[in-house]
Design a protein around this ligand. Structure first.
Ligand SMILES: [Zn+2]
Length: 268
């Protein structure tokens, strides 16, 4: 009896598994890979009040007594600068730290909202609720968990601090001018559409003139993170790309450098 039922179970298992579609390996050749990351170097842009910037120190470079070549560096940098992640704890007490963000929030389908024309005419431009609704009319409703990428065109100014931030007075963040998200658009995206991440090709998910960082507060209150100082957004379609934005896994971190890339399906 026992033997009979285990045979039946095996048979059922075979039927069930053969009915499932075969798992497919990800084929990188089917995608155009786009690097969304600025290089880290001595020109990397940090917030004007940042006490330090990216520093690379050579520890070794050259032939060794063992007869082989050896190179190694140490680096030091604030978490927030260059292409980087804002973890929810950056503006929300009790929010997730860099290491605690679920991987599914860092690897997700992307939508790219293009406001580069509006921003070219107005450096204080903020994404509006109507911009989001208009985008959805053309491309469909933005899905929960999406990584939203706001394209302002500002990455073309990188690494010119004065052009990119709107002001390059050391230690003073009160005169910055660059575009980003507006509060109502952020509320719609975060609270209603329930996106996973807000990204932008400027220095902040709040526009340069902000002094209350309301978009950061709206996003991080829902454990939504930020991706700032992104590059090459003009190479992405409005919908269809998948973004992989993995930060350095700093335990307890409030953010950190990110190597962000996008997978754009090749047309067949
Ligand atoms: Zn940041």
């Amino acid at each position: 009896m026992k033997r009979c039922s285990s045979a039946a179970f095996l048979c059922l298992l075979l039927v069930t598994t053969s009915a499932l579609p075969a798992a497919q390996a990800l084929d990188p050749a089917a995608y155009r890979l786009v690097d969304l990351t600025h290089p880290f170097n001595d020109r990397t842009i940090y917030w004007p009040t940042s006490p330090s910037t990216f520093k690379l120190q050579r520890l070794a470079y050259g032939d060794t007594s063992g007869g082989f070549f050896f190179a190694a560096n140490s680096f030091c940098a604030p978490e927030h600068g260059g292409t980087h992640l804002d973890a929810p704890i950056h503006f929300a007490q009790g929010g997730r730290t860099s290491d605690a963000i679920p991987l599914g929030q860092l690897v997700a389908p992307a939508v790219v909202i293009d406001v580069s024309k509006q921003a070219a005419a107005d450096p204080d431009y903020r994404l509006t609720r109507d911009d989001v609704i208009g985008f959805e009319r053309r491309h469909g409703r933005i899905k929960p968990g999406a990584i939203v990428l706001l394209r302002t065109g500002w990455s073309r100014f990188w690494p010119d601090r004065k052009m990119y931030l709107g002001d390059d007075t050391p230690g003073d963040a009160s005169k910055l001018r660059f575009p980003s998200y507006g509060a109502d658009a952020a509320k719609l995206l975060v609270e209603d559409r329930k996106v996973g991440m807000l990204g932008v090709d400027t220095a902040s998910i709040d526009y340069g003139r902000s002094d209350d960082f309301i978009v950061h507060r709206i996003a991080t209150a829902q454990n939504v993170g930020g991706l700032e100082n992104l590059a090459n957004l003009e190479e992405l379609p409005a919908v269809g790309a998948t973004v992989i934005a993995l930060p350095m896994k700093i335990e307890g971190g409030s953010g950190g450098p990110v190597r962000a890339i996008a997978l754009v399906p090749k047309r067949r």
